[in-house]
Design a protein around this ligand. Structure first.
Ligand code: ADP
Ligand code: MG
Length: 583
């Protein structure tokens, strides 16, 4: 039986560091928060090799005096709170006094600073668990923290780091979050010697635009609501600016970026009626609450919080956002076509059918008799008999509201959900092409470029081969932009940027190898959905007939990939019943 031993301090720090310093981005977060807590108005973040080689944060804040320099590295040493009472009302971003200690235990740190009250600057180095004594240095009022060779002494952790591009992408996320919360502060971000972002002092709306792009800024509605001890303000993206991932969702509580299930639930609910299921809203929201109403000391990284009155917060945020979405001018909810209930299933009596006409919202799926599985041979209308033979879905006669194809077959009327049907056809074709490794690509005459987040850019750089296999050629053209140069020929009608975004989302969510194996069907579904004709696209009669023929040839064409039916048969008998017409 081994004896119980106290662990050496360095090891304690390294273990604790695991919670605070997960990756370079966590270091950037802690250092930037320290700069903001010190009242800085100008913060430079300088990264080398995704922050793994070096992270340097330079600020013009209040600085640290000579005697406090070594203390800054000490665990549980903080200038921000002194008592439990302070903790309960904490407004600063830091307060646990462990970030610098943790960072120093897994890297080499140089801290240089000049306090506003002192006329000299000093520098101290922490390495291998030792803190050097402060030496005079040249530095203006403010602080520079330089963190080099992250995890040099804990190789097992270092192995978990991803590529420079991915780590940088995470660092950039952290800077964006900070910049959104403090528009009055100048942020400059450099990577490998290049300025990647520079955000000048601005108002909230301008900062949102420079951090998230003008596309979002143009679609967003501002929002401002007050209750007794709660206040929420910020910007809610319009449903038309929905995203394929959650990357543009920013929530802050008392100025601190948080990921909170309760808040995201309230937001999801608020957007529920206006957003399609697999789309995500974009928003930047600041909740202000009496600090005593929220516990920020739940996790060392402090992105998790706990509300004391969760229900009240949920209701308040939900109503504020729902109201702003409802009030927005010229923005109809992204509606699903209102089902028109004809009430024609054989078991419905004529009287009930007439009644259902007066209830357009009644569910229609159960009302239509499904087309019999065998091809039509009997009961044809005179005159139309010959050409309809052998064509189970008949001939197109019209398109309804850009959504449905109306066709005539031997039995009567066929109604086809154009998008669902096309989606199913594409899905099956993509599947065969991928299996046979015969995915034909089509080069785009003009590459389609789009604004992408850092992680998408990194994903493209890392998984280009997977994308090629799927028929795509996507390349990074800047740290924020991707260009689609080729798409699968079958998806030539899709918006190349949209489909590439959706594809990247799947690769991100499931991983490059899984999207080709166990997640393959989801991935093909995503591609098919984007490649399929959208509602409100006018098709010519020959195009509609082509679609009907393809449906007949496609396996399982009766159901779209989401399990919804793709078409219904209404026989002449059904129509007769509707009109109370005895035959
Ligand atoms: P915390 O932020 O929780 O107090 P840290 O380990 O992050 O703990 O920092 C320890 C202390 O070092 C802070 O309380 C602060 O006094 C000082 N400090 C760290 N960074 C800066 C900075 N950029 N400017 C001024 N003081 C700083
Ligand atoms: Mg701190």
């Amino acid at each position: 039986m081994p004896a119980i031993r106290l662990l050496p301090d360095t090891l304690i720090s390294q273990i604790a560091a695991g919670e605070v310093v997960e990756r370079p981005a966590s270091v950037v977060k802690e250092l930037v928060e320290n700069s903001l807590d010190a009242g800085a108005t100008d913060i430079h973040i300088v990264l080398e090799e995704g922050g793994i080689r070096q992270i340097r944060v330079v600020d013009n804040g209040a600085g640290i005096g000579k005697d406090d320099l070594p203390l800054a590295f000490a665990r549980h040493a903080t200038s921000k709170i002194a008592s439990l009472e302070d903790l309960e009302q904490v407004r600063s971003l830091g307060f646990r006094g462990e970030a610098l200690a943790s960072i120093a235990s897994v890297s080499r740190v140089t801290l240089s600073s000049r306090a506003a009250s002192e006329d000299r600057a000093y520098t101290a180095i922490a390495e291998d668990g030792r803190i050097g004594s402060p030496e005079p240095a040249a530095h203006p009022v403010g602080t520079t923290v330089e963190v080099s060779d992250l995890y040099y002494n804990t190789p097992a952790r270092r192995k978990f780091l991803k590529s420079d591009a991915t780590e940088f992408a995470h660092c950039e996320d952290v800077v964006t979050r900070a910049a959104l919360s403090r528009p009055e502060v100048t942020f400059t971000l450099r990577h490998n010697g290049r300025v990647v972002a520079r955000m000048a002092p601005a108002n909230f709306a301008q900062r949102v635009e420079s951090a998230l792009g003008s596309e979002f800024a143009q679609s967003m509605r501002s929002l401002d609501a007050n209750a007794s001890s709660l206040k929420v303000c910020g910007f809610a993206g319009s449903p038309s600016y929905s995203r394929s991932s959650r990357d543009n969702q920013f929530t802050y509580v008392n100025g601190r970026f948080v990921r909170d299930k309760l808040l995201s639930h309230a937001l999801r609910e608020a957007y529920r009626d206006v957003l399609h299921g697999d789309r995500h809203p974009a928003y930047v929201l600041f909740l202000d609450i009496d600090p005593r109403g929220v516990d920020v000391n739940v996790h060392p990284a402090k992105t998790e919080i706990r509300f004391r009155d969760a229900r009240a917060v949920h209701q308040f945020v939900f109503h504020a956002v729902a109201k702003s979405l409802a009030a927005a001018p010229g923005e109809a909810p992204a509606s699903v076509a209102t089902p028109i209930a004809y009430g024609l299933s054989p078991e419905v009596s004529a009287g009930q059918a007439a009644l259902s006409l007066a209830q357009p919202m009644a569910s229609y799926s159960a009302r239509f008799a499904r087309y019999p599985q065998e091809p039509a041979t009997a009961g044809m209308a005179p005159g139309a008999a010959q050409p309809l033979q052998g064509l189970p879905l008949g001939y197109a006669i019209a398109q309804l509201h850009g959504i449905y194809i109306l066709a005539q077959n031997a039995q009567g009327l066929v109604l086809v959900d154009m998008h669902a049907a096309h989606e199913r056809i594409l899905y099956e074709k993509l599947k065969s092409a991928l299996d046979a490794r015969t995915m034909n690509t089509q080069k785009l005459l003009i590459p389609s470029t789009f604004h992408a987040d850092r992680i998408d850019v990194a994903t493209v750089e890392e998984h280009g081969e997977t994308l090629n296999l799927l028929g795509f050629d996507v390349a990074a053209i800047s740290p924020f932009a991707l260009a689609v140069r080729a798409v699968p020929a079958m998806l030539a009608d899709a918006d190349p940027a949209e489909v590439a975004r959706a594809l990247l989302r799947d690769v991100r969510e499931y991983g490059a190898s899984r999207v080709l194996t166990e997640r393959r069907d989801e991935l093909l579904g995503t591609m098919a959905c984007h490649g399929a004709v959208r509602a409100n696209r006018t098709l010519t009669i020959p195009e509609m007939n082509a679609l009907l023929r393809e449906m007949e040839e496609t396996e399982r064409a009766g159901q779209c990939n989401h399990g919804r039916p793709t078409w219904y048969q209404m026989s002449l008998q059904d129509l007769d019943k509707l009109f109370l017409r005895g035959r």
